[in-house]
Design a protein around this ligand. Sequence first.
Ligand code: NAD
Length: 478
Amino acid sequence: MTRITVAKGDGIGPEIMDATLRIIMAAGAELEIDEIAVGEQVYLSGNTAGIAPESWDTIRRNKIFLKAPITTPQGGGYKSLNVTTRKFLGLYANIRPCISFDPFVRTKHPDMDVVIVRENEEDLYAGIEHQQTDEVVQCLKLISRPGSEKIVRYAFEYAKQYGRKKVTCFTKDNIMKQTDGLFHQVFDEVAKEYPEIENEHWIIDIGAAKLADTPEIFDVIVMPNLYGDVLSDVAAQIAGSVGLAGSANIGETCAMFEAIHGSAPRRAGQNLANPSGLLQGAIQMLVHIGQTEVAEKVQNAWLKTIEDGVHTYDIFKEGISNQKVGTKEFADAVIANIGQKPSKLKEVFYAKDSELKLPKYIRKTPAKKELLGVDLFVHWNGYNPDEIAEKLKRVEIAGVKLSMITNRGIKVWPDGFEETFCTDHWRCRFKPVEGETITKSDIIQLLSNAEDKGIDVVKTENLYSFDGRQAFSLGQGQ
Ligand code: NAD
C-alpha cells in the first residue's frame, strides 16, 4: 500500500482525475489517498502560491504526488504552481514518453516512439532577470555540473531500465560554449559509463528539425530545460495529440505525475475531456512506486480501448474511430478491458523493479581557479565605441588595461565595424598586461575610478580560468 497525494485541480481536472483513479483502482492499485486543494480557488482566496502551507506538509510526507491540471488566473502576482513544485521538491527530471498509436490515432509519424528527458530546474528557468540599461534586459542562463550530471545519468539509466538503445543529447554548444558546452561535455563523460547504449549529440536546430521530420530515428533525447520545454510539446503533438501524453517529474526523494495538457476550462464539466494524459501520468507513477503489474494491466487495457476505436472527441475520426464517448464512458471501457491485451498495438511489459536508483551527486575536488581579468558592463548613451574607450582608458590602473569593448557580444573596439549596431549596454574588458596579474582589489580600484569619472557600471563579471582552462567567452569577432 502506498500513500499518495492527489490534487484534482481545475477545469477538466476533477473529471479526468476521477476517471483515472477509477481505472487504476479497478486494476488493483494499492493506494491510500490524501487529497489536497491547489489551483484557482486557492489563488483567488488570496494565496499567490496557489497552495496552502499544510498541503506542502502532505506532499512532502507522502512524497508521491498525482496532480491534475490547474488554471493559473490571468493577471500579475500569481506564481506558477508547477514551477514552484518542481523547484521546491527538487524534481530535476521531466520524463515525457511521446509514442504514436497509429493507425488508431492519426499522426504523420506512425513509427514514433521517443522519450524526452528534460532537465527541469535550471537553465533560463532560474528566473534571474534584470534590466540593466534603458535598452537592455538580461536573463541568466545557469547550467550546473550537478544538474547536468543528474539529468544525463537519469537518461542513460532510463534507457537501460526500459531496454532503449540510444540516448541523444541536444544542445547549442557551437554558440553557448560555456553553458551548453558543459552540458554536452557531461553527456560525453557519462555516456562512457554506458558502453552498451549508443550515444550521439546533435546541435539543437537541426536536431529539432529532424525530430519534427523523422522522429523514428530517435529513442531517448536528453536536453537542458528550455529546449526540453519546447520540444517535448512538439514531440507530444506530432505523436498524435498533446491530450494523450503524461509526464513524470522525478526528484531524489519526491515525484510528481501529471498530464502535459492544461485545464481546458471550456470543456470543463461536460463529460467531454480525454483522461488519457493523466492516466499515462498515473501509469508512470505506478511503475515508479513498484506497482508494475498494475501499471502493465492499465496500459494494456488502455491500448486495447484505443485500438477498439472507443475515442473521446479530441481523437475521434470518422473511418478510424468506432464510438465517440465521454470521459466516464471512456473510463468504463478501459475498466472493462482490464486483463486484456492489445492485438495490433504493442503490448507493454514493465520490469519488476522499475524505480531508477541513481547515485547521489558527489562534489568534485575544486579546480585551481585563477583570476584573469574583469568585464565591466557600462550603461552609456553614446554611439561611438572610440569615445567610450577614451573614457574607460582613464579608469585603467597600473598593469591592468582596457583590452576590448563589445556590444551585445560583438567586438566594437578596438577595430570595430561602423556598420555594427550599438545599444546603450557596453561590455568593457580589463586584463593585466603581459607579465602582470590582477586581483580583486584591482577590480575594486577600477570600479572606484569609474565611479569618480561618472561612468555608470551596471554589473561586473570576473574572468577566470579553472585548472588552466579559460572559462569565459571571447568577444565575437575577437
Ligand atoms: P489546454 O491544454 O488546457 O488546452 C489546449 C487545447 O486542448 C484546448 O482546445 C482544449 O480543449 C484541448 N484539451 C486539453 N486537454 C484536453 C483533454 N484532456 N481532452 C480533450 N481536449 C483537451 O491549454 P490552455 O488552453 O493554453 O490553458 C488552459 C489553462 O490551463 C490555463 O490556465 C493554463 O495556465 C493552464 N495550464 C495548466 C497546466 C498544468 O497544470 N500542468 C499546463 C498547461 C496549461
